[in-house]
Design a protein around this ligand. Sequence first.
Ligand SMILES: *Cc1c(COP(=O)(O)O)cnc(C)c1O
Length: 398
Amino acid sequence: MPGFELFGDEERKEVNDVLETGVLFRYGFDPVRQGHWKARSFEKQLAKRLGVAYCHLCASGTTALITALISCGIGASDEVIVPPFTFIATIEAVLAVGAVPVFAEIDETLCLDPQALKAVITSRTRAVLPVHMCGAMACIDEISQVCERHDLILIEDACQSVGGSFNGKALGTFGKAGCFSFDPVKTVTCGEGGAIVTDDSTVYTHADAFTDHGHDHKGNDRGLEAHLILGTNFRISELNAAVGVAQLRKLDMMIDRQRQTKKTIKDALAQSDKITFRQLPDPDGDTATFLSFFLPDESAAQKTVKKFGEAGVDGCFNWYANNWHYISHWDHLKQWHTAAKLPSQSAKHCPDYQNLTLPQSDDIMRRAISMQIKLAWTEEQIKQRIEKMMDIIGFLKS
Ligand SMILES: *Cc1c(COP(=O)(O)O)cnc(C)c1O
């Protein structure tokens, strides 16, 4: 899964370009940068790869989400529908802009259930923020239809799914804005980095300004540039962007390799009648960073993960037990443990997360196991992995 597995001379060359000029800032310094514009070049490459008009690179996936929400006009007291299975950053981003996260159930795609989503729409709902989890897509066409029908803004968290697609269209390009992460463990990494993509020129202009204190980036004298809006500093440095430029060129190769490995393992496991697989609305658009499957119940899932671990089959998770990716362990959210009062706590309709129940999601998450697909595995390692997994799954009672 992670691009860091493939670091090499390509990354070193891009970083050295930046070190040689000494210009670590992504804007300005035209005379001394010797034509090196790493952040800009990454933005051009990613926009082209995804088939989208605009891309803005920033400090992280989390700041990309905050920037996308703000640039789409989402703010204080607006309700944003989110899934309970995601990295907590999605929820933090909604809270950071003063908006209110409202949870809807997931389905066996491991992403937002388009039907369940309808049930939590209120007059205060402004946006829907589905997350394309573990390298593959939500039912994004149905979700986008619900958004259209109810006049809601669609923003995609595609942080885990760069390069994925649904019916040939890139994930992250279905709504008003899409967000990506290039943190140290993502498919493409900048060390730290993130991006907002959009076809909407206003969203782009706002994102570009917001992440750099509101600068309109129109002059060549920074001190004289106009302040378009109030912003903050969510900038990426040229050093981080440089790593990403080299990594992005490897994206298609990484996805190809992951798909091959995943297919080999999935075909073998499919012979067992003890497991079923995660639903993929378009299997051809899967980036194959994970193989996710379901056991009959929670106890079987826990036992299986434990046995995998003991047998040296690493990189397998039962997300239900993970502190950071599923709401069951988000006590700090349920009890509003914050360093300071958040605007959403003062909202008239501040949600009671403590008493929220999500039975459909709980059932799915309890039974789910995800296995990371590594780029570095050799054919022999894959073969051994399959043998061990089949052995362990074979012991399960049907
Ligand atoms: C990684 C991730 C983020 C946050 O990205 P960072 O770059 O680590 O801030 C947000 N959402 C999801 C689903 C992620 O996996």
